[in-house]
Design a protein around this ligand. Structure first.
Ligand SMILES: *[C@@H]1O[C@H](CO)[C@@H](O)[C@H](O)[C@H]1NC(C)=O
Length: 547
């Protein structure tokens, strides 16, 4: 008896395996053969009569470009974010952003490895697999941070302008999507003022996602729409040309479709920065590109070379004389452009104060290298590692006005000094508010307009590991630094000339913004950290909590 039972038990396991293999094979082979066949058939058909699709298949619904925007102020729009509001053809890059920025590089690599599998699966399975790899074991908190600080930038850059215009002309919008709600809700409500977001719900345990969908499974758009609106019909529906979407938007009084061809052929669907519903000032995350499968693969191939290159560039910056550092750095791909000259000292015995815009923590280093002379930089919250590898002298400030003033006064009497009065970096073309402390201390002020450009990794972070900032910046294939040294501020525009320190600071901010083509803001370090990390920034927070 016992033997037979255990034999049965040992049989059950291979049976399950067999079934699983069978199912997998079915999914892989059947689907891929079917797809291949369909592609071939379409292809053959096109060869025989190329005008077929244009002449024989009148579109069921007019294109979104035909949608009038007048008189819609009281209407309701329903649409999807995937396939309608966004121009990107696939949602894979956004899953990759969550996997990389919220998870880890290993999770991102796994997601990349799943690409061949994803290619043969149908829409529903594809989403399920991407959700499993991206969300299995991910903390709810990490998804929230990515949703607030990383994804909006990429969604904004990929908004379809025509679809957005329809959205902006209506009173309210309800988005129905099969994409997990947590990935899109924050952006849609915050940036597009969407009223309700109905999407696929994910299963969670405690503070973690399990990687599975909740009991209700993948959201079916037309069913969800009927449930939401009941007998009432929404005014406008916006979808793409898939059958699934036709079913969905046919439940609306008016319906329009976003055609793939319209997006590809016309530049009109690209959203210019000045049309963004809300200015994009702060964002976080390491990836500077939209991680499509191909772009992600390129990044992983580049990575080993990038690390070696970054170490080489750090080494060159620390140990070699300025001239050699510049020429070796340039030949390794760093693009350094310098405009303007270092000013002559007035012989007052006091150093010159360089006031620069803050793009990465390497600003003082690049300024010192381009001037060809050693400078002292004052910093707020530099990591030990960065302090250690910095090729110039760095001095910590405390954010206590009186004490910092004395420190800077002393440093100025010893030599030239660099400050970044914004207090924190900003990646977009905006200048944060300038702290006015520097204006009270120095009479010889030289504004320096600094801008950087990266194509692969950002060299700044609000919630990640700050000590890796310089490495990430130097890991870019061609990181670029533009340093523009402006003329010395004339005496009548300094405190010595009778201006208040606020006037001096604001004037210099304005002058630097003009030189760079940036916009001035009154935002501060505190605003940045509140937005990106949900705290007030490490240093400030510690201090305020004590009393
Ligand atoms: C339509 O949008 C869905 C997502 O909602 C997408 O999966 C599908 O590929 C799109 N179809 C076409 C023809 O663009």
């Amino acid at each position: 008896m016992f033997n037979i039972d255990s034999a049965r038990k040992t049989m059950v396991f291979p049976m399950v395996l067999l079934k699983l293999a069978d199912w997998l094979l079915y999914q892989l082979l059947a689907n891929s053969c079917y797809r291949a066949l369909r592609k071939m058939r379409n292809y053959g058909f096109f060869l025989r009569n190329p005008s077929f699709r244009l002449s024989q298949q009148p579109p069921l619904f007019p294109s979104v470009t035909k949608c009038g925007l007048e008189g819609r102020a009281s209407q309701t729009l329903v649409c999807d974010i995937d396939g309608a509001l966004l121009r990107s053809q696939s949602f894979f890059p956004y899953f990759m952003l969550v996997a990389f920025e919220g998870g880890s590089i290993f999770r991102a690599f796994l997601l990349l490895l799943s690409c061949p599998l994803l290619w043969v699966l149908d829409y529903e399975l594809k989403i399920r697999v991407m959700v499993l790899i991206t969300f299995c074991g991910l903390r709810l908190k990490d998804m929230k941070t990515v949703g607030r600080a990383v994804l909006p930038k990429f969604y904004l850059e990929n908004l379809n302008l025509q679809a957005y215009e329809v959205l902006a002309s209506t009173e309210s919008t309800v988005v129905f999507t099969s994409i997990p709600r947590v990935m899109v809700e924050g952006f849609l409500k915050e940036y597009l003022s969407v009223g309700d977001v109905i999407g696929t719900e994910l299963h969670t345990v405690g503070h973690y996602f399990t990687g599975f969908l909740s009991g209700s499974g993948l959201l079916v758009k037309h069913r969800a729409l009927k449930e939401f609106f009941g007998e009432k019909k929404p005014d406008i529906g916006l979808g793409n040309s898939s059958l699934n979407d036709h079913l969905f938007i046919s439940l609306c009084k008016e319906a329009y479709v976003v055609n793939k061809e319209d997006i590809k052929s016309s530049a009109n669907s690209i959203m210019p920065r000045n049309r963004y519903p809300k200015p994009l000032v702060f964002h976080d995350g390491r990836l500077a590109f939209l991680p499509t499968p191909f772009a992600t693969l390129s990044m992983f191939i580049w990575l080993p070379l990038g690390i070696v290159l970054a170490i080489f560039r750090v080494f060159v910056g620390i140990y070699l004389p300025y001239k050699m550092a510049i020429s070796l750095g340039t030949s390794s791909g760093v693009n350094i452009r310098v405009k303007g000259f270092s000013p002559q000292g007035s012989g007052s015995g006091k150093g010159v104060l360089y006031v620069c815009t803050h793009r990465t923590l390497l600003d003082p280093v690049f300024l010192s290298t381009s001037l060809g002379k050693p400078l002292t930089a004052v910093t707020y919250s530099l990591s030990k590692m960065s302090e250690f590898i910095a090729p110039i002298r760095t001095v910590r400030l405390t954010r206590d006005r009186k004490q910092d003033g004395e420190t800077m006064q002393r440093l100025l009497s010893e030599g030239d000094l660099v400050v970044c009065p914004e207090g924190t970096t900003c990646r977009e073309p905006y200048l944060l508010r300038f702290s006015s402390l520097f204006a009270e201390l120095a009479d010889e002020i030289v504004p320096v307009a600094i801008d950087t450009h990266v194509s692969m990794f950002y060299g700044t972070t609000a919630s990640g590991l700050k000590c890796l900032d310089p490495i990430f910046f130097l890991m870019n294939p061609r990181p670029s630094y533009h340093v523009q040294i402006l003329g010395k501020v004339p005496r009548e525009l300094t405190c010595a000339g009778g201006k208040s320190s606020f006037e001096v600071a604001n004037n210099i901010q304005r002058q630097l913004a003009d030189a760079l083509g940036f916009e001035c803001t009154t935002l501060t370090r505190r605003d940045k950290y509140m937005m990106l990390a949900g705290n007030e920034g490490v240093v400030v927070q510690d201090k305020r909590k004590k009393p």
